[in-house]
Write a protein that binds this ligand. Structure first.
Ligand code: B12
Ligand code: SF4
Length: 695
């Protein structure tokens, strides 16, 4: 029996500007662990399944074919036309479900005799409605499938009845849709074979190798679908098995950094400790990330996890409002959550602080709390806050409660946007079947304006990316970032910066927003609302200097990057500022302000101190910022390209700088050498200077 397993398309970054190396890395990191586990089980039975990665196919389409008018579905159809299989098994996820169904229908059209099966989190919960609406689908395998898929393949190859195969929904001989009882859970995950990564070549390019750590979360958050999917039965692979798998990856691919897949790793503290201790005893230097709840982890455990190589934790905080925490049955103590993010920061563990807005009962007050939680977490350099708008996932309590009143926004692309471009056909399918594609809809929001919510989200995400510290400063200064956002909105409109729905996201993602917003802060917010104008002016001037009028024009050209370390510093050398370096004067101590922001100390009493910074952009445009000592400032002022070292030293002798026991000449030369090592200045020899003047 020939089986083809096909991944769900999930990669949003695969556009044509991405080079092959980066695309392969991304695709490798998105390796579909579920179907690779199934492929391994089928191989263990002696079959030779094939795995097709729709992300790779999509990337190839973007590279070669999308410009000649072929749509992706036809491109995928052409790909499958020449491939004969008895079973085509598609994995599904809500965000790309319409596309998956269209490709599945195309494959059925090309191979009418083949069985088209679906599996994965989306098809599992909308099995009957999908099969009713889309006749191309023959079977849905629900839930975990390591037991049911091989049983199904056996029955199909022997011609036995499907009635006895647990976990499947199928059409019987009369064309009726039959839903068999659920399959038993896979309780012993150690007994599963190592996933068939050898069928997924891109995995060798990934930086963080995805390995399954376990399944099942016992909690009951009302928006979550994955808890019920794994029937809330918490399971972990044993430490010995995990370490053996990690070791195998290291031996095979030379990769020792891992993304350990589990919805909620830290349910059982004792078992987390066992895993970490086993890792420490193994002597392996693996690094890894996983997920946790902030109420199922403590500082001591975080310290142990850090020692055992943990470098990243995903925290689903969801809402910054205490009231909403109760309503959505998340039940986190938010003070605790902040403390846990802080503990991770202390041990250099990066945290994804995942927040959501747009819950049906959410009020403006709740939204302010969530925005505040988002911005407050920026105090921690290792925290990466995320904000998404609730999508009602099929069969979740929230979706079931509101299924009669789901709203299909005109702005569908935004609601459903997971990076996957929605085509016209997808829109039609979504509009026709809200029960199948509920995640593209929104729940009614009686207390909030959806447009406001969407713009606030774009504003926060973009501001965090472009000027993290200024955003934090504005929040601390005003006491409420949403207030600042409302002032900005008003200013934006009165300055003619008006955009239609679709343009909003583009505006916030492009260069115009930062420049406009800095202008707003300088000309409107600071004069009329700031309680700490000096600190805010310093923050905004810092960001303006970093941004420049045209940051692209300011970066060093690759040919200009100075590599004159070997050139001797001689009296005739003429030091000059390196290309891409800019000296900025600020009215207060920027570092001190950052320190105060981290500690939530007042900003209004910052002393006026002139501070100079050197901003150096490399060839990629990345900026390195250095606070300059008065000595460096003095020397940089002299290093303007026309004076020789000898002349600079002579001028410097007249200056006020003194270090006991060090002559002014030595101090000057040492200072120049340090600036050179910091790549702030470079040396032009006298001969090359003359050449420059001539030309
Ligand atoms: C890792 C992960 C990701 C990764 C990528 C995963 C990938 N390989 O592409 C990233 C971070 C990119 C991601 C993104 C998103 N994700 Co995600 N993700 C996960 C996560 C945590 C693990 C997936 C995994 O490996 N599971 C372990 C394997 C063993 O389980 P499995 O994949 O379900 O496979 C088993 C069964 O489903 C079945 N099966 C699966 N496929 C098939 C196919 C056939 C033919 C058969 C017979 C059986 C079968 O058998 C497998 C073995 O038992 C899951 C939650 C979870 N624990 O599963 C969410 C999850 C899949 N994600 C989810 C969502 C919503 C998203 C996003 C839409 C979120 C967002 N708002 O942006 C995006 C979509 C991205 C996009 N561009 O479309 C939801 C999906 C819900 C749904 N109804 O579809 C889940 C379930 C989490 C949740 N919140 O409920 N995700
Ligand atoms: S803790 Fe996370 S995985 Fe568990 S039910 Fe809540 S959202 Fe889902």
């Amino acid at each position: 029996m020939k089986v083809c397993l096909i991944s769900a398309p999930t990669a949003n970054q695969l556009n044509q500007s991405l080079d092959e190396a980066n695309a392969s890395r991304i695709m490798g990191e998105l390796a579909p662990v579920g179907i690779l586990s199934l492929a391994a089980v089928l191989e263990a039975k002696g079959l030779q399944p094939e795995v097709v990665d729709l992300n790779r196919l999509y990337y190839e389409w973007r590279q070669h074919s999308h410009r000649n008018g072929t749509d992706f579905c036809s491109f995928a159809g052409d790909y499958f036309a020449g491939r004969d299989f008895d079973v085509f098994g598609f994995s599904t996820v809500c965000s790309s479900y319409p596309l998956t169904l269209r490709i599945a229908a195309a494959v059925k059209h090309l191979h009418p005799g083949a069985v088209i099966a679906l599996g994965g989190p989306q098809a599992s919960v909308v099995d009957i409605s999908t099969m009713l609406a889309y006749p191309a689908i023959d079977i849905v395998v629900r839930g975990e499938a390591e037991q049911s898929l091989p049983d199904l393949v056996d029955a199909l190859s022997t011609g036995n009845s499907l009635a006895a195969i647990s976990g499947i929904t199928f059409r019987n001989d009369h064309g009726e849709i039959v839903r068999n009882p659920d399959a038993p859970l896979i309780l012993d995950l150690d007994a599963l074979p190592f996933p068939a990564f050898h069928l997924f070549p891109d995995v060798r390019f990934c930086h963080h190798f995805p390995l399954e750590l376990g399944r099942g979360c016992p909690f009951a958050c009302t928006f979550c679908s994955t808890n019920d999917f794994f029937r809330r039965r918490f399971r972990l692979k044993s430490p010995a098995q995990m370490i053996a798998d990690m070791h195998r990856v290291k031996q095979t691919y030379g990769i020792n950094s891992f993304e350990l897949v589990h919805d909620m790793f830290t349910v059982d503290r004792k078992r987390v400790v066992e895993f970490c201790e086993a890792l420490l005893q193994s002597g392996e230097e693996f690094t890894w990330g996983s997920s946790a709840r902030t109420d199922c982890i403590d500082e001591e455990l975080i310290a142990l996890m850090a020692r055992a190589g943990c470098r990243g934790i995903f925290f689903g905080i969801e809402s910054g409002s205490r009231r909403m925490q109760k309503i959505i049955d998340k039940g986190l103590d938010l003070d605790d959550s902040v403390a846990r993010v802080g503990s991770c920061d202390k041990f250099n563990i990066s945290t994804a602080v995942s927040l959501m807005a747009g819950f049906p009962d959410e009020t403006m007050h709740d939204l302010r709390d969530t925005a505040a939680f988002f911005v407050d977490s920026l105090r921690y350099d290792h925290a990466d806050p995320q904000l998404s708008i609730l999508a009602p996932l099929a069969d979740t309590p929230i979706q079931k409660q509101h299924k009669a009143s789901l709203v299909l926004d005109d702005d569908v692309a935004d609601m459903s946007y997971r990076g996957w471009r929605q085509e016209q056909q997808d829109h039609a399918m979504i509009a026709e079947h809200p029960e199948i594609f509920s995640s593209f809809y929104s729940v009614p929001l009686p207390h909030l304006e959806r447009e406001f919510l969407k713009e606030l989200r774009d504003f926060l995400l973009s501001s965090m990316r472009v000027f993290r510290r200024l955003l934090l400063g504005l929040h601390q200064d005003s006491g409420d970032i949403v207030d600042v956002f409302q002032q900005w909105q008003k200013w934006r409109v009165s300055n003619g910066l008006i955009f239609s729905n679709g343009d909003r996201t583009v505006y916030y993602a492009c260069n115009n927003f930062p420049a406009d917003f800095l202008r707003f802060v300088q000309t409107q917010y600071i004069p009329t609302a700031s309680k700490a104008p000096l600190a805010m002016t310093t923050l905004v001037e810092y960001e303006a200097a970093l941004l420049g009028n045209d940051p692209a024009a300011e970066k060093a050209h690759p040919d200009e990057v100075v590599t004159d370390h070997d050139e001797l510093l001689v009296p005739e050398s003429r030091p000059q500022l390196c290309p891409g370096v800019k000296i900025v004067e600020l009215p207060a101590d920027y570092q001190e302000i950052v320190q105060r922001l981290r500690q939530q100390s007042p900003l209004h009493d910052m002393p006026v101190t002139q501070v100079n910074l050197a901003i150096r952009r490399d060839a990629t445009g990345a900026a390195e910022v250095r606070q300059l000592s008065p000595l460096s400032v003095e020397l940089l002022g002299l290093c303007e390209g026309s004076l020789t070292v000898e002349e600079i030293t002579a001028i410097f002798r007249q200056s006020k700088f003194e270090v006991p026991g060090v002559s002014a000449d030595k101090l000057c030369l040492a200072g120049i050498e340090i600036l050179r090592q910091q790549q702030l200045i470079s040396l032009a020899s006298d001969a090359s200077y003359r050449q420059q003047i001539k030309t």
